[in-house]
Design a protein. Sequence first.
Length: 80
Amino acid sequence: MQNFRHDNNADAIPKALHDWRQISADNGLRFVIEGVETQADQQMLDDLNIGLRQGYYYGKPHLLFYRGELNRTSRIEKNA
């Protein structure tokens, strides 16, 4: 969504999301929206019935660890 905002083309977001959702459905893919930043963004996605979302509106990104990495990283931080 932020790509449209940077291009000053926010009015095109609903149509673009509709088109991309159709492309994902035609190809059997999950459709996830990233860049949700405001309550207005969330409302638009609710209106379009798009459920999978991420963005700063929901919280700051966090690091993900694979099994075993957390302990190794914790030891590294303690020794730093």
